[in-house]
Design a protein around this ligand. Sequence first.
Ligand code: HEM
Ligand code: HEM
Length: 181
Amino acid sequence: MRYSRGAMAFHWLIAALIILNIVGAVATEDMEGPVRGLAMGMHKAAGMTVLVLSVLRLGWRLGHRPPPLPAAIGRMTALAAHGVHALFYLLMFALPISGWLMISAASPRRPFNWFGLFDLPYLPVEGDKALQVVAHDAHELLFYLILALLVLHVAGALRHHFAHGRTFLFRMMPGQRRTGI
Ligand code: HEM
Ligand code: HEM
């Protein structure tokens, strides 16, 4: 059994945006001036897109049960996989919200728009220096956490893919291939 098309679309769109945002933010660290401003503008817009898509995805998920994990992977592994999935859902909200809080608490604030098309709203916390520092630290900590989860998630998916007839990944891939187990 495989995930529905909707679940796959949400999964890969959000995964791509998160991975791009991580790579982009790390690459931006050494930039300065207007180039850094442009890159951070895209980082913030992509991050807010993840937040909106995650709200939609959670709504979708509550109405659509995922296919059960194959019994072949074992009870403890299934428990661990569900734990990683639940933490991912938490981080898909917490990471963008911590970034949103960080830039909203700054004073003066920098421009905040969606890829130059329209302005995005700030949270009402302008000038709260202490909150800005906490949100910044949280953003960094959550980044390390999602990175660790991603390593576990991909390693687990690949392990079960190769251990069970190279079909496990197809649960989350569109197409006609058999999912086997
Ligand atoms: C930051 C990036 C990613 C995030 C946040 C993420 C998150 C998730 C979540 C939350 C689920 C469970 C879906 C649900 O039950 O609603 C899931 C399932 C899955 N993901 Fe990812 N994922 C990411 C990247 C990847 C990558 C790079 C791969 C490729 C190896 C992958 C392969 C899978 C597979 C095969 C499943 C289905 C697992 C199952 O059968 O239960 N994911 N992912
Ligand atoms: C998918 C969501 C997001 C991911 C994965 C992400 C990831 C990251 C990463 C990896 C860094 C570099 C951290 C470091 O090395 O210290 C960073 C920095 C930053 N992020 Fe995000 N971010 C996301 C969403 C957001 C959002 C929504 C905003 C604001 C609206 C934001 C604002 C910032 C800012 C301002 C910095 C630079 C902080 C500094 O100057 O040190 N991020 N982000």
